[in-house]
Design a protein around this ligand. Structure first.
Ligand code: AMP
Length: 284
């Protein structure tokens, strides 16, 4: 596995592979790998000859009072894990490499980036779409893999790819969870032991909602109230939002159908956790 820090070097390396007819897969990450990240590498591996993992804690997607500086980092561990998981290249640029000074051009997916997480994080998705567009232009992957954990992000990226005609296939891989149901996240390391104990209430509430829907409750308001009541039983939980939305436009729905999912953001102390589930599984 190669570690490449310069755009020019990565381009030359990938030109060789493309000339040899290799299919290139990209897994964009901010590092501090857990099984969620590693599962995306497996998915990319199945679908491509060369797997590029990008590791960049992207400053433009953090708001002024967010956790950019304290975001967990451990490159040596990440390098080892990615290598063990069969990645071919880690692209690990620094900020100067990715953001020439001054940097004046951004990609914005309107509407979709202003709702759900976009309400409390107004510049977040602009940062995400901009860095992902840059990675697509630098790497020109045939396929890129994102996690359903960040459902809104995946939906926005698919829309950006469709709107701007990026020649890349987007695969969205399932959420990987801890044994107690908590969705894996690099930010889980911020939780105190008491917060960590209470955090699985999020997934339990979402599972209970799925059961309600399976029993025939399709009223989004009722299901949302049930999720709220459940999560509120955890004394340290502070709900930011619970929304049942349409998969295409992220607009709230009144009636649950196969095109809807529930997304939540819940604070435990200073840590903001997100999760989501599709309430009616089309494959059932
Ligand atoms: P991050 O490093 O947090 O920016 O995440 C990089 C990629 O990993 C994104 O596509 C995330 O959606 C995905 N990801 C993060 N956590 C999980 C998880 N628990 N399960 C599946 N994918 C995940």
């Amino acid at each position: 596995m190669k570690v490449i820090r310069k755009i020019s070097e990565l381009r030359s390396e990938l030109t060789i592979h493309r000339k040899a007819g290799s299919r290139v897969g990209l897994v964009p990450t901010m590092g501090y790998f857990h099984e969620g990240h590693l599962s995306l590498m497996d998915v990319a591996r199945k679908d491509s000859d060369i797997v590029v993992v990008s590791l960049f804690v992207n400053p433009t997607q953090f708001g002024p009072n967010e956790d950019l500086v304290k975001y967990p980092r451990d490159f040596e561990r990440d390098e080892r894990l990615a290598k063990e998981r069969g990645a071919d290249i880690i692209f690990y640029p620094d900020s100067r490499e990715m953001y020439p000074d001054p940097f004046l051009t951004y990609v914005i997916t309107e509407k979709l980036s202003g709702v759900l997480c976009g309400e409390s994080r107004p510049i977040h998705f602009r940062g995400v779409t901009t860095i992902v567009a840059k990675l697509f232009n630098i790497i020109q992957p045939d396929v890129a893999v994102f996690g359903r954990k960040d459902a809104q992000q995946a939906i926005i990226i698919k829309k950006m790819v469709a709107d701007l005609n990026f020649p890349v296939e987007i695969i969205v891989a399932p959420i990987i969870r801890e044994a107690d149901g908590l969705a894996m996240s690099s930010r889980n390391t911020y939780l105190s032991s008491e917060e960590r104990k209470q955090a699985p209430i999020i997934y339990r509430a979402l599972q209970k909602a799925t059961e309600m829907v399976q029993r025939g409750e399709l009223n989004a308001g009722c299901v949302e109230r049930s999720i709220r009541q459940q999560i509120e039983t955890a004394p340290l939980a502070r709900i930011e939002y619970i929304e049942i939305v349409n998969e295409k436009n992220l607009e709230p729905v009144k009636t649950i159908d196969p095109g809807t999912f529930v997304a939540v953001a819940v604070w435990f102390g200073k840590t903001r956790l997100i999760d989501n589930v599709v309430l009616i599984d089309l494959d059932r």
